[in-house]
Ligand binder design. Structure first.
Ligand code: ATP
Ligand code: MG
Length: 220
């Protein structure tokens, strides 16, 4: 049963002859349930958004945070990663109007190389009683045991895996749950390649994010 229903009661009166639904939520301590969906988002694409929306719905999360990596240590061999502030601005534009999905600058504000364990510690520090759900595409999940302090990651958050074309069925050794999402065969690498080749990006990236990217000359 959702916390919403738990938080409803009925009382008589209030308006003439009627029974009034009263929310008890302000008096009940509900535990926050936050999804952490980290990435480079260079650029954010609809595959990311669908994962965020579907996992939030499946698990009844309060919010899913798209946490934009400052310096993704696994991608430092890549010739160019667009500036964090630009990647963040595109994510902010992309999530605008999507209920319960937000952009987070926590890793950019922290600066330096990005380690997910530090991010989980920061969220836990802000809300020690809350529950954290670390959302990973199956490609990322398959290599979770190579991540910095991965045992602590698995202790601090529930691991949530969504399948991704090219990596369907890859799973972390740690305990995890799997959420079914539409399989969208799309990656930022592919989007960048299509942009370089002059292919259209409309529909792959939300319109407002694409406008920002074009204005800044980031992709294509
Ligand atoms: P790149 O090609 O640059 O690595 P990406 O599309 O993989 O980009 P990331 O920013 O690396 O995007 O990924 C962030 C998270 O989103 C990862 O957990 C990744 O597995 C997941 N993800 C990205 N695209 C998809 C997709 N199409 N379906 C499911 N998960 C995805
Ligand atoms: Mg990736």
């Amino acid at each position: 049963m959702s916390p919403y229903f738990l938080g409803l009661a009925f009382r008589q009166g209030g308006h003439p002859g009627g029974i009034e639904a009263v929310s008890l939520l302000p008096t009940l301590q509900t535990v926050s349930r936050i999804g952490i969906f980290g990435g480079t988002f260079d650029p954010v694409h609809v595959g990311h958004l669908v994962v965020a929306v579907w996992v939030r719905a499946a698990l009844g999360l309060d919010t899913v945070e798209l946490v934009v990596a400052n310096e993704p240590w696994q991608k430092l061999d890549r010739p160019r990663i667009n500036p964090p502030q630009d990647r963040l601005a595109m994510v902010e534009a992309a999530v605008d109007g999507i209920a319960g999905v937000v952009a987070s600058s926590v890793e950019i504000n922290r600066g330096g190389p990005t380690y997910t364990v530090d991010t989980l510690e920061a969220y836990r520090g802000d809300d020690p009683g809350g529950s954290l759900y670390l959302i990973l595409g199956s490609d990322a999940a398959g290599s979770l045991d190579t991540w910095h302090r991965h045992e602590e990651i698995a202790e601090m958050a529930e691991i949530v895996v969504v399948d991704r074309p090219g990596a369907v069925g890859e799973r972390p050794p740690a305990a995890h749950m799997v959420v079914d999402c539409p399989l969208l065969d799309l990656s930022s690498t592919q989007v960048r390649e299509w942009a370089d080749a002059g292919r259209p990006l409309d529909g792959l990236i939300p319109p407002t994010a694409l406008v920002y990217g074009r204005r800044r000359g980031l992709y294509g």
